[in-house]
Design a protein around this ligand. Sequence first.
Ligand SMILES: [Zn+2]
Length: 173
Amino acid sequence: MGIPAASRRRPSEGAGVVPKVRVVLRLGELGLVATEAVDAGQAILLLDGVLSPTPTRESVQIGPALHVGIPPELPAADRQRRYLWRFLNHSCQPSARVVGDLVVAIDRVEAGGDVTFDYQTTEIELSNPFQCQCGHCGGAWIRGFRHLSAEEQLRRAPWLADHLRRAMPVGEG
Ligand SMILES: [Zn+2]
């Protein structure tokens, strides 16, 4: 309750995190790679932007009914420069996970390594489901955590965002 329809994010301990990524074009898709080696558990970048109780095509869920998105009035060039996290691709074998409003390395990511996360570890329900092209899952439909089988939910347990872990007991989906 009490979350305005759109509000600037509050300051957090992650505010000083310098992004360790850059945007690359690979096989026709924009994505992020690490600009330096990042150890397991270290922050890679901050999910900053506009907070909303409802998801959008680009938003990432960071809390119960709390989604971080990009200010809609922003010119395209500024979106790319300012909100690098918008280029985080989904993978079913991700290199990073979302902890609070930070993107954190799961295992050590080498410089130039892909930075991806599993959208189904933050989103209960995707606003725009899509067929996965991560190369690990054989083209699964990515629709959100609640659509996964109990087995698939359990496999993701170590990387689940806190809000999702609390909102939906693993294995009961
Ligand atoms: Zn996949």
